[in-house]
Structure formats: C-alpha cells, structure tokens
Design a binder for this molecule. Structure first.
Ligand SMILES: Cc1cc2nc3c(=O)[nH]c(=O)nc-3n(C[C@H](O)[C@H](O)[C@H](O)COP(=O)(O)OP(=O)(O)OC[C@H]3O[C@@H](n4cnc5c(N)ncnc54)[C@H](O)[C@@H]3O)c2cc1C
Length: 385
C-alpha cells in the first residue's frame, strides 16, 4: 500500500460505526490509528436493523473478510399493507443486517489496543501539519483527525461552524422481537419480505434481522420494526421522559419507556395500523424511540481535521443510507489517500466527492419525509450540537 508521506498517525473521535469504518480502512492502509470513544463497554446485541447497502457490504467483505450472505437476512420482495390487512407485492431483493453485527465485524478487525473506550475527547485543536486530540490530561499529536462523534457532535464547529442538526418534527418508535416469541402464523406474514404501511402522515416498516451472535437461521432471528409518528416539541419532551421521570430529549433506549407512553402507543397502534403490524407492536416488550433529525454541512474538512458520518450529514432514515454514507466516506478516503500525490490533494478530493454525496442524500431524505406527510420541506428548531 502506498500512502502520502505526510500522514502516518490518525486519531478518531467517536467509536461507533462511522469511527470504526475509518479506523479499519486507515489501518488497512498501514497508518497508525487510534480511536477514542466516550462510552464504556460493548453495546449488547439488541441493536436494531439496518438495510445493507453496497458500501457496507463491500466494506465488510473486503476489509473484514466477512461473507455478507452469512450475516444478513435476505428479502425477496416488498409488501405494502392496506389498512384492512391486504397486501400488494413488489419483487425487490435486499439484504438486512443489524447494527450489532456490523459493529462486531469492525471491532473484531481492529486491534483491541487501538480502541480506547470510556475515554471522551475533551478538546481538539488544529496544529501545524495535523491536530492535537486531548483526552483527559493527555494530548495526542496526530497527522489527521477524523471527527465521528455523531449527530450531536461537540467538535463539528471546528470544521463547519453553524452546522447543528435540527429536529424534523417526528420520531421513530422502534421495536425488536425474538422470532421465537412471535406466533408462527404472524411470523409467516413477514417471511422474505420488507413490509410497509403508509398511513395518514405515518409510516410503519418491518423486516427480519440476524439474531444472537449474528445468526440468520429462521426461528432464531429477530423482527425489527420502525414506526414514524409526528410529535411536536412538547410531545417529544413527554415521550422521551423515561419511567423514572428523567428526560432524554432526542432518544429513549429499550427498557425505559414510561408506562403511559407505552399504553398510548398500544392505543395508537390499535386505531392506526393494519392488524399484523399492530400485533408486532403488542408483542414488543421494550419499544424504544429516536427523534428524526436533519443536519447538513457545507464543509467536511478543515486542513487535517475531517468530519464524517452523522457528525457531517444527518440524513433521514427513509434513505436507509446513514451507515452506508459513513462506510462510503471511509472507502473514499482509503482510495484518495492511496492514489493522490499528497495528503492535501487526497483530502481535498475526498471532501469534494463526499460533500456532494452527503448533500444529495440529505435532500432525498427530506423530500421522502415530505412525501410521506411526516414533515415540511424545511425544518426550524435547532436542537443539537
Ligand atoms: C430509525 C432509524 C433507522 C435507521 N436505519 C438505518 C438504515 O437502514 N441504514 C443505515 O445505513 N443507517 C440507518 N440508521 C442510521 C445509523 O444507525 C447511524 O446513523 C450511522 O451508523 C452513523 O453513525 P456515526 O458513527 O456517524 O454516529 P453515532 O452512531 O451517533 O456515533 C457517534 C459516537 O461518538 C461518540 N462520541 C460522542 N462524543 C464523543 C467524544 N467527545 N469523545 C469520544 N466519543 C464521542 C458517541 O458515544 C458515539 O459512540 C438509522 C437510524 C434511525 C434513527
């Protein structure tokens, strides 16, 4: 592998999918890479579903040596429910994977000593020919800093001032159910399908994803559902306040939903959803939720500091492209550093390509949300980062 001579050390802020895609790709290039992640320990494998797109599949297979057919659940068609439970079928092959499966493949590939969890980056500063990453009392000089600290990025402003993400006016309630816990007749309704229900200013979708330890054996998989529901700012505050009265503002993890909010969800499911989908909500012990955000930037690079993943563009999940976008950021950087004559030329070329792609996916997501009646074309209230 050849890389520009003026980059040898890389520091990555944030060790979720975006940070890990970059860590693995840049380690493949022979660079000296370290990742600092704020949270501690491995997230458990109840991670929800992700539609596997080409860059994620390519990354897992080329860089992690994973046979993607072994770790994903194939669907052969989309089925669109009507309110009375009838379906319209559209053939369309896709592969469904889980967040946990991607995360595990990336962590397994990265040498453990390169991943520093429970170590938040407290400050980041440009330096001649690189950047300085502060973690607690330590200052790490690197030739390249990759900012992958997510939609509420605390460091985005160093590259793209004013690029905060905004609440789009609706949330995704989500649920994951062990296939073994579903009545067989119900599970059969969703076999081999990516299922949808488009209602009045709402959308529900579901598909099977791998189960424990990435298993894709029928009967041991998980059903993953997502239900988009409009919620104004006060409703958002109510539904993200957990059963102990603690506010979480933009998301609520499994196991914490307040009993009244859970009851309201079941009542809404009864009045809104076709029966098989309603039953999925009823079989979900621990629904969780995420606010849908919009975020875009006009720069992804400030000299030797790069913005990637959700720290750069927060795109709506209808595009099924966030993990995909982060993987593509990393693959593009890998090739740019391999091919360009200097680090500056590589980083400039990378920014040009990824800015255009990010902006296009962002606009596509906003338009899809609008078409579904979930929000207007533009969002207003700034909520994060
Ligand atoms: C309803 C829904 C459905 C989705 N479906 C899909 C889909 O089908 N396909 C798809 O591709 N994507 C999907 N996504 C999106 C996807 O899960 C992520 O958005 C994507 O993986 C990008 O992640 P990221 O690493 O950039 O950011 P994040 O996952 O937010 O990670 C940021 C990390 O940075 C860490 N961090 C923050 N601050 C610091 C600090 N100061 N120091 C150190 N660490 C720090 C955080 O702890 C976190 O681990 C979906 C999202 C939603 C809400």
């Amino acid at each position: 592998m050849t890389t520009p001579p003026d980059i040898s050390t890389v520091g990555i802020v944030g060790g979720s999918l975006g940070g890990l895609f970059h860590a693995v790709a840049l380690t493949e290039l022979g660079l000296d890479v370290n990742v600092w992640e704020r949270s501690t320990g491995r997230p458990d494998d109840r991670g929800a579903g992700i539609v596997m797109q080409p860059s994620v599949a390519w990354f897992l297979s080329e860089f992690c040596g994973v046979d993607t057919n072994q770790v994903s659940v194939p669907v052969t068609h989309r089925q669109f429910f009507t309110k009375d439970g009838n379906v319209r079928i559209m053939p369309m092959r896709q592969q469904m994977i889980s967040w946990g499966t991607i995360y595990k493949a990336l962590r397994d590939k990265l040498p453990g000593e390169r991943y520093h969890d429970g170590q938040p980056v407290t400050a980041l500063a440009p330096a001649p020919g690189g950047a300085t990453i502060h973690v607690g009392d330590a200052a790490h000089a690197v030739d390249l800093a990759v900012i992958a600290d997510g939609s509420a990025s605390g460091h985005r402003g160093l590259v793209a001032p004013g690029g905060a993400s905004r609440y789009a006016g609706y949330v995704a309630y989500r649920g994951v159910i062990d296939e073994a816990d579903l009545p067989q007749e119900l599970a059969t309704r969703f076999r081999d399908a990516f299922s949808f229900y488009d209602g009045d200013r709402t959308q529900f979708l579901c598909y099977f994803i791998p189960g424990d330890f990435g298993t894709t054996t029928p009967g041991r998989r998980r059903m993953n559902w997502v239900w988009y529901v409009r919620a104004d700012a006060s409703e958002l505050e109510r539904i993200t306040t957990d059963r102990n009265g603690i506010g979480h503002s933009l998301s609520l993890p499994p196991g914490l939903i307040a009993s009244q909010v859970h009851t309201d969800l079941l009542v809404r499911a009864r009045s809104t959803l076709p029966q098989p989908l309603r039953e999925l909500v009823e079989h979900t012990r621990e629904p969780f939720l995420q606010a849908i955000l919009d975020g875009r930037v006009t720069r992804m690079r400030n000299d030797r500091m790069l913005l990637t993943g959700d720290a750069a563009f927060v795109v709506r999940p209808h595009t099924a492209a966030s993990a995909e976008k982060a993987a593509a950021d990393a693959i593009t950087l890998f090739h740019a550093l391999q091919q360009a004559p200097s680090a500056d030329a590589a980083l400039q070329a990378w920014e040009q390509v990824r800015l255009a792609e990010g902006a296009a996916i962002y606009s596509q997501g906003v338009a899809l949300g609008h078409r579904l009646g979930l929000s207007g074309m533009e969002t207003t209230a700034a909520t994060t980062g």
